[in-house]
Each structure stands twice: as C-alpha cells, then as structure tokens.
Design a binder for this molecule. Structure first.
Ligand code: UDP
Length: 342
C-alpha cells in the first residue's frame, strides 16, 4: 500500500482529500499543527472511512521538525500532498512576513526532507489566484500568470516557482501543482466541511451562516461590474470533486504517467457563476431564502474568472461531476450539523 503524507490534512480541502485517498486504498499520514482546524476532524475522517489516518502535530515551518519527521519515516512515504498554509487574503496584506515565513518556509522544508530521504512525488495546492484578472477567458494553463494581488496570492506564485526550479535541478523529484478555482461544499456525510474562524470572508460560508441565522444578511460586494447581472463571476468547484483530482494526480505520479517532472493543471468546473446566480442556486437547492443587500465593491476583487479544464479532462482523466445545487445542499447540511439545526 502506498503511503501519502498530507500536510494540512485536517483543513477544509485536506480532510476531504484524506477521505478520498483512504477510500482509494492509500495509507495516509497527516501533519497539521491545528492552527486553523480541529483534532476531532481525524475522528470524523475515521467515521467516514472506517480507517484512522496517522496524525502528527507540528509546525511545518520548523525546519528541524520537518527533517526529523522525514528521517523518522524514511522509506515509508511514497508521495506528499502539501496543503498546509495560511490562506486569508486580507490578513496576508497586514501580516506579510507571517505569510511568507509560514507558506514559503514550509514548502522549502518539505522539499529538503523529500530530497534527503528519497521521496519522489509532490502534489502542491496552488490557486487560480496566480492568473489575476486574465485578459482572455476561460483560462488555460498557457494563460500568463500575473503579479499577485496579495502576499497570500504571491506565496502561491512563488511556491510554484520554487517547485519548478527545484524539479529542474532534482530530476528524480516530480512536482505537480493543481490550480484550484473556488472550492466550496462539504462531504455528503456532513461529518467534515469548512469551518472558518470568525466572520467568513468567502461567499459560501457567509451564505450558509446567514441562512443559519448567525449573520443578518449577505452583503453582495458590487453589482456594477461588466458581467451580465453586474456581480462578479467565479468557477465554484465541489470540494469532493476537487479532492478526487488529488487522488488522480497522486496515481499519475506513482505510476510514472507524468509527461514532465513539473506539471500544473487547472481544477475547476469550466463554468462561471455570478454571485446572484449562486445565491439563487442556494435558494433552489435548500428552499431557504437568503436576505441580502448590494453594497460597494470589495477592494482587490477579480471581475470574472473561470477555468478551461481541457487539460485536466484529457491528461488527468478528471472532471467535475457534482451539480452546483447538490454542492450547496451539502454545504448547508454541514452548517446545520455544526449549529445543531434540524
Ligand atoms: N462575495 C460577496 N459577499 C461576501 C463574500 C464574497 O459578494 O460576503 C463575492 C466576492 O465579491 C466575489 C465572490 O463572492 O465576487 C467570491 O468571493 P470569495 O471571497 O468566496 O472568493 P474569491 O474572491 O477569493 O474568488
């Protein structure tokens, strides 16, 4: 059985990916310092899959701890999926050093540990944020990256470059970056999902918290953009679909099917939805009407972006499958479970 190190494996996308990996027959070791997640997620992963993943709690930006980990597990790990990172765009503007220190050092420590202990495969959690506001839609992997809008976004660009340069030199190591569009939803079991700390920044957690009565109303940030209904457009990807893309990527690397030792893929649905369309889909899916008001634009927002997923479809043989209403219903069921709503 191949064993996969999943950093950030108790986080939103990480936990769903651990479930999919275990269901596909992989062994998993999670490393997470629980800075933005809870240990009970490990229990819930076990409840879903019947298998308890191994779990270690330490800080991946601590070089000594990371090298020690790789030495202790020498010969045991076949691949790494690296999710662990700080991810709040706005916060990163105010705490740039914390973001660079955590997100960039963690990656470098992991690459060093991989090199010294002979771990050959890395899947990296990247983002469509590397494209900024693209000149042409949909975005393909050939679309040029643009200067990042925030330190958080820049850590994704810089980390892609570090992996590219490292793999260029270390031919025995394979890197594969997945550029996620907007991950949303929750596991259909309602046992794992997204748990933002404080007031949510992202649209779907804000919607589900509003529907649950925790927030008075959703503020829609601008309806005067150059889009059909004036609200911004995103490509919302179901978290379980997204997790399955990681399993496919791991399989590709372990079977040596990669075409070069650094590859990157867009992971989205290929379909753009406006904020208002998403709000309407939520109502259709759940029957819950959502109070909202239109307010001013949010600084730094992209107007519209969605993926061309041809490369992921053809090369990885992966495609998004869960309909948006089902995804939103899963998100709502998770929120209800968290709040004890029947
Ligand atoms: N959005 C909104 N109200 C909110 C949160 C988000 O209108 O409370 C809009 C935001 O302007 C953007 C879309 O929802 O157009 C997605 O925002 P999110 O922060 O989830 O993702 P990102 O902007 O990083 O793609």
């Amino acid at each position: 059985m191949s064993k996969i190190l999943v950093t950030g494996g108790t986080g939103f996308i990480g936990s769903h990916t651990v479930v999919e990996l275990q269901e596909a027959g992989y062994g998993v070791i999670i490393v997470d310092n629980l800075s933005n997640s809870k240990a009970e997620t490990v229990d819930n992963i076990e409840k879903i899959t019947g298998v308890r993943p191994e779990f270690e709690n330490f800080d991946l930006s601590d070089r000594g701890a990371v090298l020690n980990f790789f030495l202790r597990h020498k010969g045991e790990i076949n691949a790494v999926i690296h999710f662990a990172a700080f991810k709040a765009v706005g916060e990163s503007v105010h705490k740039p050093l914390e973001y660079y220190r955590n997100n960039v050092n963690s990656l470098m420590n992991i690459l060093e540990g991989m090199k010294y202990t002979g771990v050959a495969n890395l899947v990296f959690s990247s983002s469509c944020t590397v494209y900024g506001q693209p000149d042409k839609l949909p975005v393909t992997e050939g679309t040029p990256r643009k200067p990042a809008e925030s330190p958080y976004g820049n850590t994704k660009t810089v980390n892609e470059d570090i992996i590219r340069d490292f793999c260029h030199e270390e031919k025995q190591i394979n890197g594969l970056a997945l550029r996620y569009f907007n991950p949303i939803g929750a596991h259909p079991s309602s046992l794992i999902g997204e748990s933002p700390v404080g007031i949510p920044n992202n649209l779907v957690p804000y919607i589900t918290q509003t529907a649950a009565g925790l927030r008075k109303e959703l503020s829609i940030f601008g309806d005067d953009y150059d889009t059909p209904d004036g609200t911004p457009i995103r490509d919302y990807i179901d978290v379980v679909d997204l997790s399955k893309a990681h399993v496919v990527a791991i399989k590709r690397l372990l079977e040596g099917k990669n075409k070069s030792n650094y590859e990157y893929f867009n992971i989205g649905t290929g379909k753009g939805l406006s904020v208002l369309e998403l709000v309407n889909a939520f109502k259709k899916a759940t029957g819950v009407a959502l109070p909202y008001k239109i307010v001013g634009r949010r600084a730094g927002d992209i107007v519209k972006i969605w993926a061309d997923t041809t490369l992921a479809n053809t090369e990885l043989g992966w495609k998004a499958e869960v309909p948006i209403e089902q995804t939103l219903l899963n998100a709502w069921n998770w929120e209800k479970r968290c709040r004890g709503i029947k």
